[in-house]
Ligand binder design. Structure first.
Ligand code: TYM
Length: 332
């Protein structure tokens, strides 16, 4: 079985950056790769790398599960599950700790950035996080891993770990390839186009949540930071704010930035922003309706139980075989 694996942390509400960098890509890939099975999960163990309120975390897990489904993943082709419910993820993490080097983990930019912002109480799990992530992927022998640009370095480490294991124990893991969307690899903050749009950004104006109302969406786009020259041009280097909006427009309309510029070349920023706000709201409306329905039904329990059962069967076998390869244990 050919597999594609990806996960999202249940930390804060999903925004349009995560959507365009990941879930939307999963849905598209399911159509272009009908012979692949998808293991998609809620990376709740990863969330513990920073402090969490247990009540909020539980809510975020349910909400993320509902969003996966509401955004249109094909459940026939997917095992959707909660990472912590399959303990093989934790086991694989522990085993792979012996195949990652301190220096490699120290070089991870995401760790360096987060550790820099927080001088005290940096959790050991924040440091070893990429190993858990490698385990998530290698457990299912993923051929591809669709992620946004910020996860690229973690994917490279996953490949290094897989190759190291394969070198030591013989061909054991599939070495996964990242799949990074061309246009929306890094959707930027609406308030600071030098930073990515982030779930953890406390500034509500920096992002559009998938649950935002039409009025809020339009307001956020209207107040998005652009520039003062007033010319609709696509240039991610010199016109970061506007180019970010053009990319979002192009991605949602399945067109190119050049085509968007062509359409709006005579318009001012305000007209373009109104059109973009409208497009986002129209795109999100059916997702929001499905989300509401799922949050108020029992459907998710059945979906997540089935996903867990399917994924766990594979994951347990892989861990057992790995332990044996490493010479662990006595009887098996
Ligand atoms: P997370 O939860 O931070 O983000 C989920 C996915 O969304 C992408 N993303 C973005 N893409 C474009 N623009 C943005 N502004 C943006 N913000 C987020 C991320 O790149 C990611 O693909 N470590 C992962 C979760 C994870 C995982 C895995 C992913 C755990 N195990 C195994 C793949 C495979 C994370 O924290 O993603």
């Amino acid at each position: 079985m050919k597999t594609i694996v990806s996960g999202i942390q249940p930390t804060g509400e999903l925004n349009i950056g995560t959507y365009l960098g990941s879930i939307r890509n999963f849905v598209a890939l399911q159509k272009s790769h009908p012979d692949h099975h998808f293991f998609l999960f809620i990376a709740d163990t990863h969330a513990l790398t920073v402090p969490q309120d247990p009540v909020q975390l539980r809510k975020a897990i349910k909400s993320l599960a509902a969003m996966y489904v509401a955004c249109g993943i094909n459940l026939e082709q997917t095992s959707l599950f909660v990472q912590s419910e399959i303990t093989a993820h934790q086991e694989m993490d522990v085993l792979l700790q012996s195949f990652a080097y301190m220096g490699e983990l120290e070089r991870m930019t995401q760790y360096k950035d987060k550790a820099q912002k927080q001088t005290e109480g940096i959790r050991a799990s924040l440091f070893t996080y990429p190993v858990l992530m490698a385990g998530d992927i290698l457990l299912y022998d993923a051929e591809y891993v669709p992620v946004g640009d910020d996860q690229k370095q973690h994917l490279e480490l996953t490949r290094t770990i897989a190759e190291r294991v394969n070198h030591q124990v013989g061909d054991f893991f599939t070495v996964p390839k990242p799949l990074i969307p061309e246009l929306t690899a890094r959707v930027m903050s609406l308030q600071n186009p030098d930073q990515k749009m982030s779930k953890s950004d406390p500034n509500v104006k920096s992002k559009i949540l998938l649950t935002d109302s039409e009025a809020i969406i339009k307001k956020r786009i209207r107040s998005a930071v652009t520039d003062s020259d007033g010319i609709i041009e696509y240039n991610p280097a010199s016109k970061k704010g506007l180019s970010n909006l053009i990319q979002i427009y192009a991605a949602l309309e399945e067109t190119t930035p050049e085509q968007v510029v062509e359409t709006f070349k005579e318009a001012n920023y305000q007209t373009f922003k109104e059109a973009l706000g409208e497009i986002i709201a129209t795109h999100l409306a059916p997702i929001q309706a499905r989300y509401e329905r799922l949050m108020n039904s029992n459907e998710l329990t059945e979906i997540l139980d089935r996903g867990k059962a399917d994924a766990e069967t594979l994951a347990i076998k892989k861990v057992q075989r790995f332990k044996k390869k490493l010479g662990l244990g006595f009887k098996r």
